[in-house]
Design a protein around this ligand. Structure first.
Ligand SMILES: Cc1ncc(COP(=O)(O)O)c(C=O)c1O
Length: 517
């Protein structure tokens, strides 16, 4: 048998080293399998036009390192237990019982936790996945131009550590923005740039939470917050939400180390916390000494009515920590968000951020700072807000067209709606499966990165549908397919698989916060 080895006489490596390297690569690449006989040294020397001694020296080295075995009467063959195998086995999985036992003697790691489901790894033709930006909306030209400009002026900034709280220009641009947009008037020093809301949640938990402390949280809630507090072994105190947001009367009288809340667009239900409740919530926080963690993840998209000021904008006692993100407005791959802190928490937060990662990458921050300061962000937001409003209208229209009296919450704001399924429709978990079989992704609370702590009135009959990343044509087809899936399950499938619209739009009767086209 000949093996594919090429000898290059002009190579600075010795002939012996070239043979050794190439045979080793053939073994590790799987082209020479364990147990395979390699050519005898004389044969390989003939094939390559080198001396037999050169080949023998290369084989000796491969033998000494465990790649080859030599047996008289059989010949030279590839080892059954390769050195790299052993290394991988030690790293990845114990190969035998002794190793399993050895592992079980190890101390358990301190971290215990699960991950929120925000990463979408399946492909469905019509996927109403949550919180996804439109694939064509990224301001690629402007971004490229700003990166080039930043590189010209970078100086030593890519070489040196920078302020862990973030680039001052970006913090100023954010402070300038959240004043008018969210009613939060703060000094740029009160802002810390983080890798999205999720890192902000981690930093605040690091500041406020220890094992056994209580963390009050909406029920249902965003998994990213619930699972994080769970990983701190905090005592989670679920607080009911209804059509006006968090139920203030259900808050623990004794307070908590923190309360996590999404007032603009409750995740997952989409309710908006009323002003009256906001004021009562702040009063409760002040009385009980509880910190409120306000996650304002998608408030850039408000389609109707004027936005209510953020909790932080209404707070005069330093009880609120605010989390903002560019994941929904520009893209979640950017990993850029910010934390706004009451003054007395700024120094601990800066220290926590420094300990975590020495600060966010400089280049991303300056590009975003310029994008904000030069008006690019406002233009971008205006454009996609309009597109998303049209998609939301299309989705609600089409649901009404095919399912009659649909009850929807959360349509005034954000990138998803919650569809409260009527009694004559299958339960959410069943409809999710049936839709997936028809190529459509719709999400129950659990599969849509939410978490219910039991006793949640919405779990069984709520489906979540993100509309921001689908075109209107895809939305229409997706809804038609959901309807076809329901008809197929009922055995009432019309000839072409689609239901005809069940009610004219004008007969749709709102119950909860029903979106009007
Ligand atoms: C309620 C809520 N908060 C925070 C996040 C995470 O945002 P970021 O990408 O900024 O970490 C999400 C993501 O979908 C979310 O739904």
């Amino acid at each position: 048998m000949e093996i594919p080895i090429l000898i290059d006489p002009g190579n600075r490596q010795s002939l012996q080293a070239q043979i050794y390297d190439q045979v080793r690569k053939l073994i590790l690449g799987g082209r020479l399998k364990p147990g395979t006989l390699v050519p005898a040294s004389r044969a390989l020397a003939g094939q390559l036009g080198v001396s037999r001694n050169t080949v023998m020296l290369a084989y000796d080295r491969l033998g000494a390192e465990g790649y080859l075995q030599m047996r008289e009467a059989i010949g030279t063959y590839v080892s059954f237990e390769l050195p790299e195998d052993c290394l991988t086995a030690k790293r990845v999985a114990p190969a035998n019982q002794a190793k399993v036992q050895e592992l079980s003697l190890r101390r358990p790691i301190a971290f215990e936790g699960r991950a929120q489901r925000v990463f979408n790894d399946r492909y469905l033709a019509y996927d109403f996945f949550l919180g996804r930006v439109d694939a064509h909306s990224f301001p690629i030209k402007a971004w490229r131009r700003l990166i080039n400009r930043a590189m010209v002026t970078a100086g030593t900034r890519l070489l040196e550590y920078q302020d862990p709280a973030g680039v001052l220009g970006l913090r100023k641009a954010i402070a300038d923005r959240i004043g008018p947009a969210r009613g939060i008037n703060v000094d740029p020093d009160q802002i810390v740039i983080v890798a999205g809301c999720q890192e902000g949640l981690n930093l605040t938990a690091r500041l406020l939470l220890r094992e056994g402390m209580s963390a009050a949280i909406e029920n249902p809630a965003y998994q990213g917050a619930a699972y994080l507090y769970e990983s701190y072994r905090a005592r989670l105190v679920p607080v009911r939400v209804d059509e006006n947001g968090l139920c203030i009367d259900d808050l623990p009288e004794a307070g908590a180390a923190l309360l996590y809340v999404t007032p603009s667009h409750q995740y997952p239900m989409g309710f908006t916390l009323s002003l009256e409740r906001r004021l009562r919530l702040l009063d409760w926080a002040r009385r009980t000494g509880t910190y409120i963690v306000e996650d304002d993840y998608d408030s850039d998209f408000r389609y109707r009515g004027s936005p209510i000021a953020a909790l932080m904008g209404l707070d005069s006692h330093g009880c609120v920590i605010y989390l903002g993100t560019f994941s929904k407005s520009i893209g979640s791959g950017l990993r850029l968000g910010y934390l706004v802190l009451p003054k007395h928490l700024v120094q601990p937060a800066r220290a926590a951020k420094a300990l975590l990662d020495n600060g966010h990458p400089w280049l991303d921050q300056v590009v975003l700072a310029e994008f904000l300061a030069r008006g690019g962000f406002d233009n971008h937001l205006r454009r996609i807000r309009q597109t998303y409003a049209e998609r939301r209208d299309c989705l609600t229209d089409w649901l009404k067209r095919y399912f009659g009296e649909v009850v929807i919450s959360g349509a005034e704001c954000g990138m998803h709606i919650a569809w409260h399924l009527a009694e004559d429709l299958p339960r959410a978990v069943e409809l999710e499966t049936m839709a997936a079989e028809h190529g459509v992704g719709v999400y129950t609370l659990q599969s849509g990165a939410a978490c219910d702590f039991g006793g949640c009135a919405y779990s069984e009959r709520t489906l979540m549908l993100g509309f921001s990343s689908l075109t209107e044509q895809q939305i229409r087809s997706g809804v038609e397919r959901i309807a076809a899936a329901v008809d197929a399950a009922r055995g009432t499938r019309p000839a072409r698989g689609l239901r005809s619209p069940s009610l004219p739009i004008s007969r749709v009767r709102p119950r909860l916060a029903v979106a009007k086209p």
